[in-house]
Structure formats: C-alpha cells, structure tokens
Design a protein around this ligand. Structure first.
Ligand code: ATP
Length: 375
C-alpha cells in the first residue's frame, strides 16, 4: 500500500581524507502517498544520495525518514517494502527474463504457482510478454530496462525508487519507456520517487518536482508552479528550454512612479514591492518563448548570433546591444541571419524579478495588478 515519504532535516556528510563534504543538507519535505515525484537537479546536487537514504542503502548523518507514520530511519532496506531500479541495468545473464523478474520473489520464498501470475501481469503491463522465455542478451537496452522495472513491479512495493532508469537509452526508447513507467505507476499502489537530471522528464512525468541545489532544497512544487512561479533565478533557469533569459536592470523612480530599467526598456513596477529598493540592481527574467516578434507592451533589441531550427520553431541565440545573452523562440524567425537586429516584444505578465542574491522578488502577476487606489 502506497505510503507518504517524510524527510525531516535530513543531512548526509561524507568524510574523505580529513575533509567533510555535505552531500545533502537539511532536507525536509513530505512526498504525498501514491504520488509520482521527481528529484531533479544538476550532477552532484545530491539526488542519488537522497534516494539511497530513502531506500536504506545509506544512513543519514542526522535527521529522520518516515514512511507514513512509521519511522524507518534505522530500518534495513529489506524491512522497508521498497524497490529500487538503477541506471545500470542489473540482470542475471544466465537466467531467462521470467526467472529474472521472479528472482526477488523466489528469494522471499514465494512459491512458483504464485510467482507466475505476478510475472505475467508485470510482463503485460511492460509489454514484454513475448520476451519472457528469452535470455537478457537477446534483448535491446530498452527491453532489458523493462525487465528490471518488472522485477520491481512484482514485489508490489509501497515505495518505488527509480534512479535515472532511462539515461542510457536513446531518445525514442526513452520516450517509450516514459509511458511504461507511468503505466506502471498507475497499476501499482506505490509512491514513486524518480531521479533524473533531465528537467523535461521531470516536468512531463511528475505530480511534484523536488529541485535540489548543492544538497539543499531549492523548490518543491507541481511542475506548472515551478515553471510559472520559480522561487529563484536558479529554478527559472533550470526549468524550461532554452533557459530563462536574465536581463540586468536597476530600480528607478520618477515622480513617485517606479520602473525596472534595463538595456532599452523600463518596466513599470509596483510601489509596494520596489519603493524601498530604488537604485538596487535586480534581474528581470523572461522565458525565450515569451519574447515575441509580434510585439508586446515593452520591446527589446536582440542582435542574432546563431539561429537553430527545431521543427516548426526557430531558436535565435543572440545578445542585447550591451552584450547580455538572450535567446528567443519563435515560429517567425525563418530568414534571420547572423548579425541581424531584431525587435522583440514582451509583456510584464510574463516576467520574473530577482534580487541581487537571485531570490524572486515578484512574478508577472504582481507587475500587472492595479496599484492600490488612493482616496
Ligand atoms: P549525478 O546526477 O551525477 O548522479 P547526484 O545529484 O545524484 O549526481 P550524488 O551522487 O548524490 O549526486 O552526490 C552528491 C555529492 O556527494 C557529490 O558531490 C558526490 O561527489 C558526493 N558523494 C556521493 N557519494 C559519495 C561517497 N560515497 N563518498 C564521498 N562523496 C560522495
């Protein structure tokens, strides 16, 4: 039965040659029972270490882990009813697919008559029924990874942990397996925690996304919230492709009206957020998809450097006249060449504003709301 995963002030230190490295730092969150939650972040940010602590393969230096209302911090992995699938496919080469999938159950002493229906069900869900009597060496990488997923499925875990199970597969197989993993989640009564460094996977598959930054929690939210309401420029840049453009600006004031003044733009800004910040350096964030050749309330000049075609869309990599890198995504830039000057528009509703430390000061909603009425 699916159980919520509670992490309470989890910290993991590794000590090597006299120095202490903090891999996970003060991580506290609750992953809802039955959800599909993704742990995402750049290489080395602590994803695998977190997953291994949930599995019981690593002991936290401090903090507690609970499944539902049961404290599992000191429990061995086999006591946790938790299954894990790794990036490197670990199948027994001398056993058939059926034997591989059923091996965990066999070790637990489940009789063959009970094992076989479970194996058949897993194989059907993962569309590998025809491969059951084959040896692993006869299968493609994608099929082998399905077998590994099948071994986890038959154990009917409360918690299913997946550590980059698709990173060795090509793009087409990845797309197929993504669907299988989601089907698996629907069939299982389990809480799934999935590790990836691929933000597209995280955004398309999950109910919730945990974004880590050097071992610390940066944001834990549903994908749409991460995209539209990032808590920092780190989140805004990590989520979405190409990355959010960051335009340097200064908070200005004229006759009691406030504006975010950058290279060629001055965006009206609400007094309640910016009155105390006049003269401060801030950063205006805008996603490449929200810079439009059709115009907008404000405009920006972009000098094109490289133009890439992605199906029906064009990605222009360029810079503003003062040299700030800017990417623009549009269907309209077919004839654009190196050195061309483009005028692109944007609307305040699509902006993010970050302070000098990179923390979000406000989102587009705050820039477009009407100022408080004076009576
Ligand atoms: P990747 O995407 O590259 O797999 P990750 O986000 O999963 O990275 P972890 O493997 O959790 O990151 O590692 C987090 C940090 O802890 C890294 O700096 C790593 O070098 C360090 N680390 C991990 N395991 C150990 C270990 N056994 N001993 C010492 N340091 C370790």
């Amino acid at each position: 039965m699916a159980r919520a995963i509670h992490l309470d002030s989890i910290r993991k230190e590794y000590r090597t040659a006299g120095s202490v490295h903090v891999a996970v730092d003060d991580l506290s969150l609750t992953i809802p029972e039955g959800s599909f939650t993704t742990l995402v972040g750049p290489s080395g940010c602590g994803k695998t270490t977190t997953l291994r602590m949930v599995a019981g393969l690593e002991t936290p230096t401090s903090g507690e882990i609970a499944f539902g209302d049961e404290d599992v911090t000191d429990q061995a992995p086999q006591q946790r009813n938790c299954a894990m699938v790794f990036q490197s496919i670990a199948l027994y080469p001398h056993m058939t697919v059926r034997q591989n999938i059923g091996y965990g159950l066999k070790v637990q002493g489940v009789p063959k008559a009970e094992r076989d229906p479970k194996i058949d069900e897993a194989a059907e869900t993962l569309q590998i029924t025809e491969q059951l009597e084959k040896m692993p060496s006869e299968l493609s990488g994608g099929q082998q990874q399905r077998v590994a997923l099948g071994s986890a499925f038959v154990q009917d875990p409360d918690v299913l942990l997946l550590d980059e199970p698709m990173s060795d597969l090509d793009a087409k197989l990845k797309a197929e397996l993504r669907v299988e993993v989601q089907r698996l989640h629907q069939e299982l009564d389990a809480t799934v925690l999935y590790v990836t460094h691929d933000q597209t996977e995280a955004m398309t598959m999950s109910d919730q996304v945990i974004l880590l930054n050097e071992g610390r929690l940066e944001q834990f939210a549903p994908p749409g919230e991460l995209f539209d309401y990032p808590v920092s420029d780190y989140v805004a840049r990590f989520i979405g492709t190409p990355s959010t453009n960051l335009l340097p600006a200064v908070v200005g004031e004229r006759d009691g009206a406030y504006a975010l003044e950058g290279d060629g733009f001055a965006v009206s800004a609400p007094a309640d957020i910016f009155a105390d910040r006049v003269g401060e350096s801030i950063t205006v964030g805008v996603r490449p998809q929200y810079l439009s050749s059709e115009g907008g309330e404000y405009e920006l000049t972009v000098v094109a450097e490289v133009v890439e075609q992605l199906g029906t869309e064009f990605v222009v990599h360029g810079h503003t006249p003062d040299g700030t890198a800017v990417d623009v995504v549009s269907t309209e830039f077919g004839g654009v060449e190196h050195g061309d000057e483009l005028r692109v528009g944007f609307d305040p509703a699509d902006l993010f504003v970050f302070d000098a430390e990179g923390q979000t000061l406000c989102h587009g909603d705050d820039l477009t709301k009407s100022p408080p009425q004076s009576h």
